[in-house]
Design a protein. Structure first.
Lengths: 343, 286
């Protein structure tokens, strides 16, 4: 009897971890834009970076249930690290510099993760917010290093892998960003579908019971927080590298709030939320700032309020609905064996 | 030195009046209201309009700021907030941040993005000396008004029927309902008064804190610090915390101007790690 359940669960989880047709289509479309939308590469690069940043937040919010209002701290540290490495030509190769930027952010994430372990949601909110504010003040204060309010200027990027130059139309930058996004996404997907990722979901559901069944709650949280910080750092680093600029705004509260908003629009807890949210957010922002340049924040705020009043589950639900419809279409042609997600 | 102390106390008192509404919603009702600063800003702008444009006396402006903001708070509570009480903290954060964004953009649209000043009557301007200590008249007014409010609040919470109903509703909503307490109404009144106090604080503080559309974002962190550091189990905790914060901030900016707000944030993090329930909380009851 127990054996049968075990087999069922294993099969269910394995089926869920498999790439669906929807996902393959998503990434094929993403890579197709390299050829089909060359005029939009600057905007798409930014969108991909936003997506990666929101994805990093999803790792802690959607999977571990940690509310953070200060994720921009890691984004900013990554951005400044990548910017400074390039500006002073410490590490010339952008790829390696980006890895180092991610590691720097991850180190900060590891150090501050112990602060996040303690207390309730509110304490976490305050501590994450506090950490990002301290980072902001530090970047502002050490203006001779970071450029202060003027931003970090005079970054010249070396050619990628020593061959590909960053052109002014952003073609190289887009391909570079997209490849990073894809690689990191696959990695995140592996992580959340691994036993480690499943244990995080258990912790999110009920930390006390998770501890009772033998999950090392604190260490798991430290690990995912560190990983998430590293992701955010790489997103920040990408921004600094592709724009050859880093300003104090990379550390601001607004940036943290935007990431949260993007993630909420797309839905939490299935990794694509950040990417889809970033696309929608970008389109909205374009449309609204054409409509009312200075006051588009109002509509963003209204959107947030509406999302909460209507209910986040129902908002995120539309994506799941589309996915199910597409899956059903495919299932009709080829017989699939995977049980329903809702089971 | 003593002048700094005096200014710090005035600043702290002001922070307390601004934040005590938040202490109640956050601490007692367990609702994360990041939009609290928006009510303070509303109070400030209402006073600006009334005093500068319509020429009402300053005191009337303050009183009206309280009542109008309280009314806004009550309406919002009944129409919007009430749907969000039972939701997760994440939903509450998103909802109230949305409100902040809306209020910032709306005020920017109506009043413009420049800093606003309230015309203060001449009798309240300037300083006088008491034993060699420079005492600003306006700051003295703030201390007196806020001090009276604090005492009144404490009395209402501890010594009146309404106060005990509120505490009962907070401790256990279900039992309170069972005893015939109209929990929804108690919360609505509390929320309205809290918003009204924020509005009054915003009107009083426009002179010291400045008043522009990004006010709710700029001071959100200060209000939250007051509440989290002060602990959420009583009204005296936030009061002491805001006095400490006020003195610390004024002194910090005076003695270490380059460090800015850095000191405050660091202290907050340290306090939260050391005592997650707040500095003045009794025990570790949740």
């Amino acid at each position: 009897m127990t054996r049968q359940i075990e087999v069922d669960v294993t099969r269910f989880l394995a089926a869920r971890a498999r790439f669906g047709p929807f996902e393959i289509a998503f990434w094929l479309t993403a890579f197709a834009t390299i050829y089909f939308l060359p005029g939009r590469h600057l905007i798409l690069t930014e969108t991909a970076i936003w997506g990666l940043f929101a994805l990093s937040l999803d790792l802690i919010l959607g999977y571990a249930g940690i509310i953070s209002l200060g994720h921009a701290a890691f984004f900013g540290v990554g951005a400044y690290a990548a910017g400074l490495l390039a500006k002073h030509e410490i590490i010339v190769e952008p790829t390696i510099a980006l890895v180092v930027a991610g590691l720097a952010a991850a180190a900060l994430g590891f150090a501050t993760s112990f602060l996040v372990l303690r207390g309730s949601d509110l304490t976490r909110l305050m501590v994450t917010l506090g950490v990002s504010l301290v980072c902001y003040e530090l970047a502002n204060k050490f203006g001779e290093i970071t450029g202060g309010a003027d931003g970090l200027q005079g970054i010249t990027m070396a050619p990628l892998l020593g061959v590909y130059r960053f052109d002014m139309f952003g073609h190289t930058a887009y391909v570079y960003t997209l490849v990073w996004l894809f690689v990191l996404f696959i990695l995140a997907r592996r992580v959340v579908n691994s036993p480690f990722g499943l244990s995080l979901k258990a912790i999110k559901g009920n930390p006390l019971r998770s501890a009772a069944v033998g999950i090392a709650v604190n260490w798991r949280l430290v690990a995912i927080y560190t990983l998430s910080a590293g992701y955010a750092g790489i997103a920040g680093g990408l921004l600094a590298q592709t724009q050859a600029f880093a300003s104090l705004s990379v550390l601001s509260i607004e940036r943290s709030a935007d990431a949260l908003l993007i993630l909420i629009i797309g839905g939490t807890g299935y990794l694509y939320g950040g990417l889809i949210g970033a696309l929608i957010y970008r389109l909205l922002q374009d449309y609204l700032s054409d409509l009312t340049a200075r006051y588009w924040q109002f509509w963003i705020g209204l959107l947030l309020v509406a999302i909460v009043i209507v209910g986040r589950d129902r908002i995120g639900g539309w994506i799941y609905f589309v996915e199910m419809q597409v899956a059903r279409l495919f299932r009709r042609s080829a017989q699939a064996t995977s049980p329903d997600r809702g089971a | 030195m003593l002048t700094i102390l005096f200014d710090g106390v005035a600043y702290g008192m002001l922070l307390f009046v601004l934040a005590c509404g938040l202490a109640v919603t956050l601490g007692l009702m367990n609702f994360v209201n990041l939009a609290h600063g928006a009510f303070a800003m509303a109070g400030g702008y209402i006073t600006v309009v009334l005093v500068n444009r319509l020429g009402l006396p300053f005191v009337a402006g303050l009183v009206l700021a309280f009542f109008v903001t309280a009314a806004i708070g009550a309406v919002l509570e009944r129409t919007l907030y009430v749907h969000v009480y039972a939701r997760s903290h994440l939903d509450q954060v998103l909802f109230t941040i949305g409100l902040v964004f809306m209020s910032v953009a709306a005020v920017d649209y109506v009043m413009g993005s420049s800093q606003q000043f309230i015309q203060i009557p001449a009798a309240l301007q300037g300083q006088f000396n008491v034993f060699g200590v420079g005492v600003g008249r306006y700051r003295l007014l703030i201390i007196v008004v806020c001090g009276l409010l604090t005492v009144a609040l404490q009395l209402v919470l501890t010594a009146t029927r309404f106060g005990s109903r509120l505490r009962a509703a907070v401790d256990d909503q279900r039992v309170a309902r069972g005893l015939g307490i109209n929990v929804g109404r108690v919360f609505a009144i509390t929320f309205a008064v809290g918003s009204g106090l924020a509005g009054l604080g915003g009107a009083l503080g426009a002179e010291i804190l400045g008043l522009d559309p990004i006010f709710p974002l700029k001071y959100m962190i200060y209000f939250l610090i007051v509440v989290t550091v002060g602990g959420t189990s009583s009204i005296t905790g936030p009061f002491l915390a805001s006095i400490l914060l006020g003195i610390g901030d004024v002194a910090g900016k005076y003695y270490f101007p380059t460090l800015g707000a850095f000191v405050i944030y660091t202290i907050m993090i340290v306090v939260l790690i050391w005592r997650p329930q707040g500095l003045f909380a009794r025990g570790t009851a949740r």
